[in-house]
Design a protein around this ligand. Structure first.
Ligand SMILES: *[C@@H]1O[C@H](CO)[C@@H](O)[C@H](O)[C@H]1NC(C)=O
Length: 396
């Protein structure tokens, strides 16, 4: 081989490690008024995270030209791959530009909008510190400002994190040449973090041996689902007949929704186990008038406390793959008003018991906060681990 070629070869080998693209990190904030989570997008604007959202959408800046994407193009098909329930079906004339139908994850309202080029400004990370600021080109759907109803003040749209081609993780992956994978640590109060594109992570000591469960898809939905094998309260198995329908992960609900066939047995087992605790010296929990939408609430003065929050029975979701999603009082109780805390499991409305078309369980913010979640869409698996009580997402 001529020496020049050898030199080129050697240089490219040396250059390899620094060429590897770094993941992109953004801080996650919980809005106290809505319990929704936001990330900065650009220029002071922020977007609401929606784990089940298939698009990035935002109000358009004045004079923002549409991206000129033709209706019927593959990109337009991606934008309309998951029509939200109740939104009009896109109609496509060959000469027309692409119309998308962004929808509000809280109200369910939707609107027609064109696609436009915008950018997500964030820092790349080496796992411990920001490395450099990047402007990631993103295709977003343009929404009228009325679509922002019920979203946090200051937010200008939604960052969908679902498993779809125009969700934020997939767009960061193709623009930055990183994996279609993101880590999420939702905060209870302080700073949380979202990392797009893979590791290294800020908490290797806690995440290197985290359990994984397969990420599954459910017909017609871009949301992330996992499979439930059984539920335990403390060490007792809850008699749930059949957990068909899976577990959906939602960042738009502050608490969990359970299908009736799961809700009744779980809440019965939970209240029974709580009522049995005084035998071991715990205080007698006094039930109070429930506060909607919750079905079971307690006087907080009659609940014990420990590092895991209120000292209530642990709820364990045994997942496909062998891991257990363990919930302490921090995940199973919510403070609804001074002196009253409610069981953070609410019965789903409008769904028949056992109807596998609906998820058996939808986990909300309370169940996911202070967990590191690894949504790996390339390996189709979800990693999950709780950060210890003395740390939190913010130690990133
Ligand atoms: C990137 O990191 C620098 C240094 O920590 C910080 O000043 C800047 O605000 C960060 N940029 C973004 C978009 O987060």
């Amino acid at each position: 081989m001529p020496p020049v070629l050898l030199l080129v070869l050697a240089a490219s080998l040396v250059a390899l490690p620094s060429c590897r693209s770094l993941p992109v990190q953004a801080p996650v904030t919980k809005d106290p008024a809505t319990s929704l989570y936001t990330i900065p997008f650009h220029d002071g604007a922020s977007l609401v995270l929606d784990a089940a959202g298939p698009l990035v959408w935002s109000t358009c800046e004045a004079g923002q030209p549409p991206a000129g994407i033709p209706c019927g193009s593959p990109t337009c098909l991606l934008a309309n791959a998951y029509p939200a329930p109740g939104c009009p079906a896109p109609t496509c004339g060959s000469d027309k530009p692409c119309t998308a139908f962004p929808s509000n994850p809280v109200t369910g309202a939707c609107a027609a909008g064109s696609l436009f080029h915008t950018s997500f400004v964030a820092n790349t990370t080496d796992g411990t510190k920001p490395v450099s600021e990047v402007k990631v080109g993103v295709l977003a759907a343009c929404a009228p400002s009325k679509l922002l109803a019920s979203l946090p003040r200051g937010s200008t749209g939604v960052a969908g994190l679902a498993n779809s081609g125009l969700a934020l993780p997939a767009q960061v992956a193709s623009a930055q040449k990183v994996a279609n994978r993101f880590f999420l640590c939702l905060p209870t109060g302080g700073a949380g973090v979202a990392i797009f594109g893979g590791g290294p992570l800020p908490w290797p000591q806690f995440t290197q041996s985290m359990p994984y469960t397969p990420l599954v898809t459910k017909g017609g939905s871009p949301a992330h689902y996992i499979s439930l094998k059984s539920i335990k309260v403390d060490n007792t198995r809850v008699p749930v007949s059949e957990a068909t329908g899976g577990v959906m992960l939602s960042t738009r609900l502050p608490y969990a929704l359970l299908r009736r066939d799961v809700y009744r047995p779980l809440v019965d087992a939970f209240t029974k186990a709580l009522a049995a605790q005084p035998a071991n010296g715990a205080p007698v929990a006094r039930a109070v008038q429930p506060v909607a939408p919750f079905g079971v609430c307690y006087d907080t003065k009659t609940l014990g406390n420990n590092l895991g929050g209120y000292a209530v029975p642990n709820v364990l979701l045994a997942l496909d793959g062998g891991g257990e999603w363990a919930m302490t009082g921090k995940n199973s109780m919510v403070d609804v008003k001074p002196g009253t805390a409610c069981v953070a499991f609410v019965e789903m409305k409008g769904v028949e018991a056992g109807d596998g078309r609906a998820p058996a369980v939808i986990l909300g913010g309370a169940q996911m906060e202070d967990f590191v979640l690894d949504f790996d869409m390339e390996k189709k698996r979800l990693g999950f681990t709780r950060l210890p009580h003395f740390t939190g997402c913010g130690s990133a």
